[in-house]
Design a protein around this ligand. Structure first.
Ligand SMILES: [Fe+2]
Length: 392
């Protein structure tokens, strides 16, 4: 098996200077400083201070130390949340089974003193291999997450292209939903599913006949009673790995808490919380889009009127908090500029769309040099629409 190529910090805690010197020499000559960065401490107390500062990947500690012993050291390291692999070591004692005690204190391995070179290298090499495996799995997971996010982004852009009348709706619903979900103490995974469900909740509308799509945009209030678009979205998504929970949230987004909704007539808390949030958030934003002259308070009133019948009243209350906080943020000073006025470091106060309706960048994005260059290049093919709002 290939050993990890990234450098690992190893902290060796022992009050015997000769032992520290020998172990340091063995590790250095075998792995080299480019693979193992060796640090030492002469007591448990000093070891803890160094561990806190260095955040080592591997800790090797003698059990018999003046002051804090190795077991106490190991237990404190574990309580601190440090994720290092800990190896305890001690001379063989026929009356005490130190290895079992070491395991109980949270150690990952145990070495008997006097430590033999072969055993030390075997254990350290094994830990490096495990670290390498963890690193590989972590990297692969990140790649998969990025690919999944790209798929969600692509689907979101396709939905946006079919929703020229209410640009940014899905993104706004997503922001409201995440805010409410977090305030309701949903787990990070549940909030993430809700964020994706909000981005994709109108996937089914893309499949509706054009005139029906327009009607859906203008009147969410009446169309939610008859439209089947949540079930279409569910059908499109649920067969794909990773979208199972998301499709379930979208399926129930037109359920009403009094049981009068579709498709299953679920009542109150039987409706998934994410669906209840999505339901109110989408309704609110549809109202704002279809009543452009209305104030936020009027839009909130339209949602509050349905609290307890269509919408969860707790969700409505938090949605009001969100909308009012955004209203106050709207007072922050923004300036408008053309695409040629964009600079690195600017914060977008509105989404950027191309004239053909592609959502190029989202509100809140902090521009970097690549983004500015990409927008300028894209502008040649499909010009950016209108002026861009940026925050000073
Ligand atoms: Fe919607």
């Amino acid at each position: 098996m290939t050993v990890a190529k990234t450098k690992k910090r190893l902290l060796f805690v022992d009050d015997d200077p000769a032992m520290v010197k020998v172990v340091g020499k063995i590790l250095n000559s075998t792995f080299g400083p480019e693979l193992i960065e060796f640090h030492d401490a002469m007591s448990g107390e000093k070891g803890l201070r160094k561990a806190d500062k260095l955040q080592p990947d591997i800790v090797i500690c003698d059990i018999h130390l003046p002051g804090m012993n190795g077991f106490e050291f190991c237990q404190t390291v574990r309580q601190s949340g440090l994720s290092a692999t800990v190896i305890l070591m001690s001379a063989y004692d026929e009356d005490e089974d130190y290895a079992i005690q070491a395991k109980e204190m949270g150690a990952d391995a145990f070495l008997t003193k006097p430590v033999k070179k072969g055993e030390l290298l075997f254990v350290v090499n094994f830990i490096l291999q495990i670290e390498h495996l963890h690193q590989t799995v972590h990297t692969k997971n990140q790649e998969l997450t990025e690919r999944f996010d790209s798929t969600v982004g692509l689907l979101g852009n396709i939905i946006e292209l079919n929703q020229s009348q209410r640009r940014g709706h899905s993104e706004r619903v997503s922001r409201i939903s995440v805010f409410v979900g977090q305030k309701m103490n949903m787990s990070p995974d549940s909030v993430e599913n809700l964020r994706i469900a909000a981005r994709l909740h109108e996937l089914g509308i893309v499949s509706l006949p054009r005139d029906e799509t327009v009607e859906e945009a203008l009147d969410e209030g009446s169309s939610r009673q008859v439209t089947s678009h949540p079930m279409v979205a569910e059908m499109l998504l649920k067969g794909f790995a990773g979208f199972e929970s998301v499709s379930e949230l979208i399926r129930h987004m037109h359920e009403n808490v009094d049981g009068s909704g579709k498709p299953d007539g679920l009542i109150g808390n039987r409706i998934p919380l994410g669906s209840r949030i999505l339901s109110a958030a989408s309704f609110y934003d549809h109202y704002m889009v279809s009543h452009p002259d209305s104030s936020i308070l009027e839009a909130l009133k339209s949602v509050e009127q349905c609290g307890g019948t269509w919408f969860d009243e707790n969700v409505v209350s938090l949605l009001s908090d969100y909308a009012l906080s955004q209203d106050q943020m709207g007072d922050e000073k923004t300036v408008s500029c053309s695409v040629f006025g964009l600079k690195e470091g600017m914060v977008l106060a509105s989404d950027i769309y191309s004239e053909s309706g592609i959502n190029l960048l989202r509100k809140g994005t902090v521009l970097n040099r690549d983004m500015v260059n990409n927008i300028l290049r894209f502008n040649i093919l499909d010009p950016v629409e209108g002026q861009i709002q940026v925050r000073e």
